[in-house]
Design a protein around this ligand. Structure first.
Ligand code: ATP
Ligand code: MG
Length: 562
């Protein structure tokens, strides 16, 4: 089994947040650790968010602190209760419990009061310029911006106008509240950033109570401060926002939360943008947010990933300070490791061909018991029935085998798993089109497991008794995209140009009878020699459906370099 290495940079940087926390605790700067996970409820969470969840909750847990779940619901036009519910379900599924469930909108009143305070301090003003004018007057990285003609309004006038904004006296876009910082500041975000805009839109929690909404930069740090967040962890692109985060806290004289940045998680063959994932759902490129090919937490869960494997993955990725793209096979490796230890073994034949043992009596059957998991002696055993007519995997037979093919071929022998019998292929039956329909074999009765025969053959294959197995649907998944670096696709190309047309394959397969009784939510099983599988949400006793979580080995690398 291949064991991917974690890079040394991520190992060093895994300590960077822990080092800060340990030093803050040692110096007495903080007595305890308080973190938060702040999703915007405008989509389903993806594996990148899972990384952030594991980090925020994990750090607090390690240092005996707490974590709040705070919905960043400052943008009423894109948010929805459906998303709030799914986010809560996903965080819990990952194994974490928050101290408090909070909403940025809980603080709209306090944020408004603080805006009035900034106006009184001469640090904020109402601007009548349009968004477009504001953008044009902001200047460039190399040239200073120009001050708005409304920048010199008196405190009283600003107080009056802002109160009127709040009271709904103006139309959307007519005015904004801006911080008065420095229109020539080298950091463009500090060139009098917008604090409030007018939006006559209903909010999913506050309804019609507000028609002015705070901007992310104005809300985030203050929300952290209200909750006494000690370490506010976010992704690297926010490092330029940090001076503004600190500016508000300093000017308002409130609890000094601090922001720390880490690299966002990117995965090969995967996209992490909620906006693009939403497009895939809306455009029916996938079957919903929880399509097992999606990098969403609900998609991954439906596919059979365990929360343990996601937490291990987050740990292995570490906390980097520079953006990098993680190989998707690391995620697959993590789930394989976990399922190898815990998944029960079962036999299934995905691409069947019939094998008839001509010297085995037609009516005879044999009952055997087989171990459930060789990795776990406590996993128990299950019964299996053997008979004259079997299904085996079509790939386990080759009419003209290459050298070192140790499975079945004309005249060659193979052992049947568990029962032990050695069978020899005597005849290949074909239909008019030349397709193999049946393999006629003889068996050696002395070779049953536990018997006295000392004969040995090189290959062992799995099988199902044709009269004692169940038919099921099996869904095999491949990567959603054909391109490893989806964040770096050439200009002029759309990410949808790289959708893998073969990412979903549906088969009719046979399985051990007990498998047909499995239901959605059950722990995945290993189909021996084939991979890990889990009942799909659409599965029913009448029509069982299995999703392949992952193959037993990393086969992708080989396929792709062919
Ligand atoms: P997206 O770009 O997918 O919409 P977002 O950053 O806008 O993501 P939020 O709901 O604002 O989504 O994110 C909540 C938290 O999760 C934030 O702290 C954010 O930094 C973090 N986060 C989002 N994407 C990733 C990622 N790929 N890797 C690590 N953390 C992430
Ligand atoms: Mg965001």
């Amino acid at each position: 089994m291949n064991t991917p290495e974690t890079t040394s940079t991520s190992e060093i940087s895994l300590n960077f947040l822990e080092e800060i926390i340990e030093s803050d605790l040692a110096s007495g700067k903080h007595q305890s650790v308080m973190t938060r996970f702040p999703p915007e409820p405008n989509g389903y969470l993806h594996i990148g968010h899972a990384k952030s969840i594991c980090l925020n909750f994990g750090l607090a847990k390690k240092y005996g602190g707490k974590t709040n779940l705070r919905f960043d619901d400052t943008n009423p036009t894109k948010e929805d209760v459906e998303y709030v519910d799914s986010i809560k379900e996903d965080v819990r599924w990952l194994g974490f419990e928050w101290a408090q469930e909070l909403y940025a909108s809980d603080y709209f009143g306090q944020l408004y009061q603080w805006a009035l305070q900034l106006i009184q301090q001469g640090l904020a003003y109402v601007d009548d310029e349009s968004q477009e004018e504001i953008r044009l007057h902001r200047g460039t990285v190399t040239t200073a911006g120009t001050e708005s003609p409304y920048r010199t309004r008196s405190v009283d006038e600003n107080l009056q106008l802002f109160t009127q904004m709040h009271d709904g006296k103006f139309a959307d876009g007519a005015k904004v509240l801006r911080a008065k910082i420095d229109m020539a500041h080298p950091n463009m975000l500090l060139r009098d950033p917008i604090l409030y805009r007018i939006l006559h839109t209903e909010h999913h929690r506050t309804g019609k109570q507000w028609c002015i909404y705070p901007m992310y930069d104005y809300a985030h740090g203050q929300c952290d401060s209200i909750e006494n967040i000690t370490h506010s962890i976010c992704t690297l692109e926010f490092d330029v926002h940090r001076p503004l985060y600190d500016w508000f806290i300093e000017k308002l004289g409130i609890f000094a939360s601090h922001q720390y940045e880490f690299a966002r998680l990117s995965l090969t063959y995967t996209l992490m943008s909620k906006r693009k994932l939403l497009e895939l759902v809306k455009g029916n490129y996938v079957n919903g947010w929880d399509d097992p090919r999606m990098p969403t937490i609900c998609g991954i869960r439906r596919r059979g990933y365990t929360p343990e494997s996601i937490r291990t993955f987050a740990e292995k990725v570490g906390v980097a300070k520079r953006d990098n793209v993680i190989d998707l096979s690391l995620l697959e490796w993590c789930v394989r490791e976990d399922l190898n230890k815990r998944a029960l073994r079962r036999m299934a034949v995905l691409n069947p061909v019939k094998l008839v043992i001509t010297n085995y009596p037609a009516q005879k059957t044999e009952e055997i018991v087989a171990g459930n998991n060789p990795e776990d002696p406590n996993a128990g055993r299950r019964p299996l029935t053997f008979s004259r007519e079997l299904y085996i995997e079509r790939d386990d037979f080759m009419e003209i085998p290459p050298k070192k093919f140790f499975r079945l071929a004309p005249g060659s022998e193979v052992r049947l798993k568990y029962i032990g019998y050695i069978v020899k292929c005597q005849e290949v039956v074909k239909d008019a089109a030349g397709n193999i329909t049946e393999l006629r074999c003889t068996y050696d009765p002395d070779t049953r497991s536990g018997g006295s025969s000392t004969r040995s053959v090189k290959g062992t294959i799995h099988w199902l008794s044709a009269a004692h197995c169940r038919q099921v649907e099996v869904r095999l998944f491949d990567r959603l995209f054909t391109e490893p670096f989806m964040d770096a696709i050439p200009e002029g190309k759309d990410y949808k140009d790289y959708l893998n047309p073969n990412s979903l394959q549906t088969l009719t397969a046979f399985v051990e009878p007990a498998l047909a009784a499995m239901k959605a939510g059950d722990f995945p099983v290993q189909f021996e020699r084939l991979g890990y599988f889990v009942p799909d949400l659409d599965s029913s006793p009448q029509k069982p459906i299995f999703n392949r979580t992952t193959t037993l080995k990393d086969t992708w690398a080989k396929i792709n370099t062919k």
